[in-house]
Design a protein around this ligand. Structure first.
Ligand code: AMP
Length: 192
């Protein structure tokens, strides 16, 4: 089983790479952001709860997010492996995730950390907002707030994973062509 975590700030290309690599390796792609957006579209109870946080560029509360992830994992019991895109995003999520993966005997194979400077991220997200229609990509203040939250609550998980998995935490320069990044990710997976 191969389990990958795609890690990085908003706009770093996690979703794009998760999509490509999940197809190339037949892994189940789990994006907590996509699941929340689908729930908002379908007006579910979860969607109603998540919407106000997402629209302001804030994180959805941990308990809600962890429960969602846990249910999602249960519903794909027979997958060859998973790509986690946008989860975990806080220390509490990472710790709960460890417990969950341990129970399921599903070790993390690699964490790929896509690294990029803030100004490039803001420009990318503003451009994406024009085509994606995502409300959290349209306003520069909300975008900067998401990056601020990433720096405050999420980026510390780099040290957490370096301590946990050592060399299987792999930094990738996110400011390269999409296919070059995909090749670099695939090469790292195949090398081991
Ligand atoms: P993303 O599609 O990964 O950029 O996520 C979009 C939004 O969904 C985030 O700004 C959060 O509001 C929410 N979200 C997605 N994943 C998480 C998570 N792991 N923890 C908390 N909120 C999340």
């Amino acid at each position: 089983m191969i389990n990958l975590v795609f890690f990085g700030p908003p706009g770093s290309g996690k979703g794009t790479q998760a999509e490509i690599i999940s197809h190339a390796m037949e892994l189940k792609h789990i994006s907590t952001g996509d699941i929340f957006r689908n729930n908002i579209k379908n007006n579910t109870e979860l969607g109603v709860m998540a919407k106000s946080y997402m629209n302001e560029g804030k994180l959805v509360p941990d308990e809600l997010t962890i429960n969602l992830l846990s249910k999602e994992l249960d519903s794909y019991n027979f997958a060859k492996g998973f790509i986690f895109d946008g989860f975990p995003r806080t220390l509490i999520q990472a710790e709960s995730f460890d417990i969950l993966l341990n129970e399921k005997q599903m070790p993390i194979s690699f964490v790929f950390s896509l690294e990029l400077g803030e100004d490039i991220l803001v420009n990318r997200l503003l451009k994406r907002g024009v085509v994606s229609g995502r409300s959290d990509d349209k306003d520069e203040d909300i975008i900067r707030n998401r990056i601020k939250i990433y720096n405050k609550q999420t980026s510390l998980l780099k040290d957490y994973y370096i301590n946990r998995i050592g060399e299987s935490f792999i930094k990738i320069n996110g400011d390269q062509d999409i296919d070059i990044i995909s090749k670099e990710i695939l090469l790292n997976i195949k090398r081991r």
